[in-house]
Design a protein around this ligand. Structure first.
Ligand SMILES: NC(=O)c1ccc[n+]([C@@H]2O[C@H](COP(=O)([O-])OP(=O)(O)OC[C@H]3O[C@@H](n4cnc5c(N)ncnc54)[C@H](O)[C@@H]3O)[C@@H](O)[C@H]2O)c1
Length: 452
């Protein structure tokens, strides 16, 4: 086990920085790698105990045997204290709590940190942690601007530390199976020509301050917030977050890029805040143009905030078939009528998709054929049938994604979604922002902009 008098304790000094008015930032001055023993648990500190932070602390970490929560950090006292009290109550484990990230790094012996803070904080904490020899799991989006996202990808490359970004669909068994087996191994749908997606909600994200907290505005300013409302609802401010495009769209447009095997060369986008009147657009639509290895493709994506009708999904259309995929219930595979049932029988025989009783009503010769044959839902609901994969996690996707990170720290896996891969997807997200902020427009992305 780890020696508690480990000489490799990371030390930090505080320096002022030009980033943000009055922010107190730290710089590491001691940089030594901690040898990691296979049997050790990965010692984690979680920064940000809001919605996602609580998910990490209570729903993800306890399900990962090789993860050990050592400390939590939040600038809101009730959030960090409630996290400590609840963790003690539920798991009998005492974790330390901090207001300040750099205090935590200085005092605790950590292997890695999990950043679940607002997007505009991610770069500084991630880069400083990596410079100090720690690995980082950072929630999406990497940042709210392209320059900081790039610094994170460069930081990972420079330090050689791990930086996984929290787009958990990359560790979702169903998504990985579709990519690895149906698309890459089998080319089941032929050339994909369209990716269509949406995430519609009937509200915009807002949180109410906890009345038990006494906020000091000077303290909040040290952390980059001008008001209490900004700390709770940072998503809606252009300087702090990325609104619906980063929050929701970045998950799904990343899937477009992954499955199409390319990044868009041109984006068109428009949006407005006519419904909720926050700084960020609450309604947006974008068209993305791709040159994929198999030919041109188009992406179409939207966010609506006044109706959750038809919900959340990504849909792909190819020459031989189409599919809808989501983290929810919308999952189905369709065969084009020109593709004979006999040809797809091998996918059924392999156990990849089911062709159960209801398939009988879609006989090839059936009168009134609309041109589309619909299969029963893909076997991906039952992970026992996800055959021919490198591995199946059988975990809720947030847990699987953090598990993949923790096990990579231990040398047991490789990252499913490192910062350089994420940066490429974020480039087009920031370009979409740019187009929306310019009241709509077309932006051409030079291939060099995707390089790190
Ligand atoms: N992958 C996903 O599905 C998913 C889901 C939700 C949120 N997220 C991401 O997680 C991050 C957090 O989102 P959230 O919904 O939990 O937000 P939140 O507002 O609920 O929580 C953020 C917390 O960070 C704290 N904080 C702010 N600045 C800090 C600082 N400098 N040091 C320490 N604590 C600080 C805040 O006080 C707050 O408690 C965002 O990047 C968001 O995009 C990802």
């Amino acid at each position: 086990m780890r020696n508690s008098s480990n000489p490799n304790r990371r030390k930090f000094i505080r320096t002022s920085s030009a980033i943000g008015a009055g922010l107190v930032l730290g710089r590491p001055f001691e940089l030594r790698a901690t040898p990691f023993s296979f049997n050790d648990k990965v010692r984690l500190g979680v920064v940000g105990c809001g919605g996602r932070g609580r998910g990490v602390i209570f729903s993800n970490i306890p399900k990962i045997p090789s993860a050990h929560l050592v400390a939590v950090c939040d600038i809101i006292p009730s959030r960090r204290e409630n996290a400590v009290a609840r963790f003690k109550e539920e798991y009998g484990i005492t974790v330390q709590s901090y207001e300040d990230f750099y205090d935590m790094l200085e005092k605790e012996e950590l292997d890695a940190i999990v950043l679940t803070t607002p997007d505009f904080w991610h770069m500084q904490h991630a880069v400083d942690a990596m410079e100090a020899g720690l690995h980082v799991y950072c929630e999406k989006a990497m940042s709210n601007n392209i320059e900081d996202a790039r610094k994170m990808a460069e930081g990972m490359k420079r330090t050689g530390k791990l930086l996984q970004i929290g787009r958990q669909r990359r560790s979702n068994d169903r998504y990985r199976f579709t990519h690895q087996v149906l698309l890459e191994k089998e080319n089941m749908f032929g050339r994909l020509t369209h990716a269509i997606g949406q995430w519609n909600r009937s509200r915009i994200w807002t949180q109410q301050p906890n009345k038990q907290d006494k906020f000091n505005i000077k303290q909040l300013e040290r952390y980059g917030f001008e008001t209490v409302a900004q700390d709770y609802n940072w998503r809606n401010y252009k300087a702090l977050g990325g609104g619906v495009v980063s929050d929701l769209g970045s998950h799904q447009i990343d899937i477009f890029n992954w499955f199409l095997g390319a990044y868009p060369h041109t984006v068109y986008a428009t949006g407005n805040n006519s419904y909720f009147k926050h700084e960020q657009a609450d309604t947006m639509a974008t068209i993305l143009e791709y040159d994929t290895p198999k030919g041109p493709a188009i992406g179409i994506y939207e966010n609506i905030s006044n109706s959750r009708a038809i919900g959340v999904y990504e849909r792909f259309v190819g020459d031989d078939g189409a599919f809808i995929i989501s983290e929810g219930k919308d999952n189905k595979i369709y065969r084009e009528s020109r593709v004979k049932a006999k040809r797809w029988q091998r996918y059924i025989n392999a156990g990849y998709i089911s062709n159960l009783a209801d398939m009988q009503k879609y006989q090839e010769e059936e009168a009134g054929d609309s041109g589309i044959k619909e299969t029963a839902p893909q076997f991906s609901y039952d992970i026992k049938n996800m055959v021919d994969m490198d591995r199946v996690y059988n975990l809720q996707s947030h847990t699987a994604h953090l598990y993949n990170f923790v096990e990579t720290v231990r040398g047991e896996e490789t990252l499913n979604y490192d910062a350089i891969t994420s940066y490429k997807s974020e480039v087009c997200i920031y370009k979409i922002h740019e187009a929306i902020n310019a009241n709509g427009g077309r932006i051409v992305i030079d291939p060099s902009e995707y390089e790190v």
